[in-house]
Every structure is written in C-alpha cells, then in structure tokens.
Write a protein that binds this ligand. Structure first.
Ligand SMILES: Nc1ncnc2c1ncn2[C@@H]1O[C@H](COP(=O)(O)OP(=O)(O)OP(=O)(O)O)[C@@H](O)[C@H]1O
Length: 365
C-alpha cells in the first residue's frame, strides 16, 4: 500500500517580496525525506526555528513545492485543493488562535458567537462523531471534581493525568471526555483554553485521514490534553489515520508516537520507529530530546567560536534587509514555490516591516 505521507528530498526557501526565493538564498529545508503509513503517529521534534512549522505547512498545502517532493494520500497537497476541502487532510496550527474556517469564511475566534453556532456551522459532519468530541462524560466530571479539590497536590494531579492517559482504548466512548465543550460558551468571553477546545473540535469534526498538528495543546489543561492525545491515538488505531505532531511538550508522550522525526536547521537528523529510539536511548523521551538538543546547541556554539577565531562572521548566512545571502555555489536552492498560502499574506512573505521568526521564538521575545 502507498504511504499516506511521503516526503522526497524536500527542499524549500521562503520567497522574498517579489514572490521568488532571494538569489543565492540557502534552502531553509534541505533534502528532507521520510514517509508514514496508515495508523502511524509521528512526533516532529526540533529546536526553535528548526523548520517544523514550515514542513507541516508544506504538507498542509500552504506553500507550493514541486509535486514530486511531497505527496499526501498520493496527491499534491498544494495543487489538489480537494484534499483539504474534503477534510481528508487537516492542518491545525498556531494561527487557529485567531481565525477558524466557519461556514466557508475565516471567522475571528474571539467574536461574539456561541460555541454551538461555530461547531454546528460545519456542514457534512457525522453527528455521532460531533457528539463524541463535544461531550463530557460522567467519568470526567467525577475525576474533575476530585481533581479540583486536590489541585494543590501536584503528585495527585500527575497520578490522575497518567491514569487518564492510560484509560483502555476499548473503553466506551461515552466514558471518555474528549474536549468537554459547553455549547453555550460565548467565544469573546471564553478563556484561551476554552477557545482552543472549540477550535480543535472544529478541526477534528470531519474524519480526517491525515492530521497535521502544530503544537495546539499549549492552552489545554492536563486532562484535556491527555484525553485529546488518547482520542487521537484511537483515531490512528481504529481508523488507520496518520498524524504528525510537532511539539515541545513531552508529558505523557513516551508511548504515544509510533515514529520520531528529528529536524535541525532544516535538515533531517533522524526518522525512526519509537522502538528503535528506545533501543538507542534508555532515557525518557523528554530526556532523550533534551540530550539531542543540547548536543546540537553545543555544536552550533563550537562552530560559531571557530568561525570567529578565523575572523569570519559567526554565521555563514548573512542577512541583508529582506535577503538571506549565502554561498550561491554551495547553497543554491532548487526551489519551486510562490510562497502564497491560502491564509494570510503576512504569514508567508518576508519583508522589512514583516520580521519573521519561528512561532515559538516570537513568544520568547
Ligand atoms: N514566512 C517566512 N519567511 C521567511 N522565513 C521564515 C518564515 N517563517 C519562518 N521563517 C524562518 O524559517 C525558520 C524555521 O521556522 P519554523 O517556524 O518552521 O520553525 P519551527 O521549528 O516550527 O520553530 P518553533 O519550534 O520555534 O515553532 C526560522 O528560521 C524562521 O525564522
């Protein structure tokens, strides 16, 4: 059977203001290859600015690349818009904090509208699936009320979190809370986490075949996150869906993924099944990733020091205004892209008034 997601020698550079990659710009993503089959769950790992969001957006059809470089369900995500409009391919990313697609329009998630209107405004949805995503269960409410009384006891909270994530996948759906949405929430008055739940719910309403998650669990409380992860695992195991999840939060993820992909500076460092990673490292997933990133940082520092000692600029990429200039002979990007995404212009075009950072480096400012 053909892979659900196939990345073949993916190379990409963001375009300049004229819609073309700046001449001589080194590729931001370089020669990345990996593929995933039905039912597989991949954690996409990398330091801030490594290129995770860029890869997910390319897979989500938001940037144009040569169709041979990226295939989702055997099709080109950018050229075959039916992939996303049918719901077979779903991308949930950071910009969901502000806008969601509602009844064919981009709607501001903070406007005065009820959660019910937003969720029920999505057409062509299986009512049972919608119910499952929205509904709170009696089990959740009992666990939640116990938790609320014990919030000052972190050990207790962690125990409940671990128990919750280990609920058997065979447990009836009505015994698990997924997003616990109150349909009467008014979006302009909802908390960030409540808004985020509605956004995630809307993204998951259609039975996706491939789901791309760009750290969407940051606003969720521990229980909501655990339940969502369990639900997503079930989606892969029962329906053969494929998920790629970029994250920096590793709580409860030790046994969640089937595969790990590690990217550094836009280059693939490792793409392995989880068992292989566990064979290489006896540490927890978080400690393993921490060790990889520490090694990467130390090597970067050593390289910068060596360049400085030789009287060279610390980085081999010289940024001039909107241009990133490298050694054209070494770095020439074989890129086909117009950088236009079906989203907002500002998120894809580099310019002097439009400084671009990775999503998390902005938060760190
Ligand atoms: N629209 C853009 N135009 C030009 N460069 C961009 C654009 N968006 C991101 N970049 C650059 O691409 C690089 C990779 O960014 P990306 O957001 O893909 O990283 P990331 O791995 O998702 O990081 P984080 O973990 O911080 O979210 C960064 O150096 C960033 O500055």
């Amino acid at each position: 059977m053909a892979p659900m997601v196939e990345i073949n020698h993916l190379t990409f550079t963001y375009p300049g203001i004229d819609g073309r990659p700046p001449p001589g710009a080194p590729p931001l993503i370089e020669d990345v290859c990996f593929s995933l089959d039905a039912g597989q769950r991949c954690l996409l790992i990398g330091a801030n600015g490594a290129g995770k969001t860029t890869i997910l957006k390319i897979l989500g059809g938001k940037h144009m690349v040569d169709p041979s470089m990226v295939r989702v369900l055997g099709r080109s995500a950018f050229h075959d818009t039916a992939l996303t409009s049918s719901g077979d391919l779903c991308y949930l990313g950071g910009e969901w904090r502000r806008d969601v697609a509602f009844a064919g329009y981009q709607v501001n998630i903070q406007m005065d509208i009820s959660a019910e209107k937003m969720i029920f405004g999505v057409a062509g949805v299986d009512p049972k699936r919608r119910e499952e995503l929205i509904k709170a269960s009696s089990l959740f409410h009992s666990v939640n009320s116990v938790l609320k009384k014990n919030l000052t006891n972190p050990t207790f909270v962690m125990e409940q979190f671990n128990k919750s994530i280990q609920l058997p996948l065979t447990a009836p759906v009505n015994e698990r809370n997924i997003l616990d949405i109150d349909l009467s929430w008014r979006m302009h008055k909802a908390s960030d986490g409540q808004r985020r739940r509605v956004q995630i719910c809307m993204g998951l309403l259609k039975a996706f075949k491939v789901l791309l998650l760009d750290e969407i669990t940051v606003d969720l409380d521990v229980l909501a996150r655990a339940n969502l992860l369990t639900y997503l695992k079930k989606e892969c195991e029962e329906r053969g869906a494929t998920i790629i999840y970029a994250t920096h939060i590793f709580d409860g993820l030790d046994d969640w993924p089937t595969h790990i992909v590690y990217i550094a500076h836009g280059k693939l460092q490792l793409a392995l099944p989880l068992e292989k990673v566990k064979e290489i490292s006896q540490l927890s997933l978080m400690r393993t990733v921490e060790a990889w990133l520490r090694k990467e940082r130390d090597e970067d520092r050593r390289r910068r020091r060596e360049r400085k000692e030789k009287g060279l600029p610390e980085s081999d990429k010289v940024v001039e205004g909107t241009r990133v200039i490298g050694d054209p002979a070494k770095n020439a990007a074989k890129v086909v892209n117009n950088g236009w995404a079906a989203g907002r212009l500002t998120s894809t075009i580099a310019g002097e008034e439009n400084f671009i950072f990775s999503s998390n480096s902005v938060l760190r400012q």
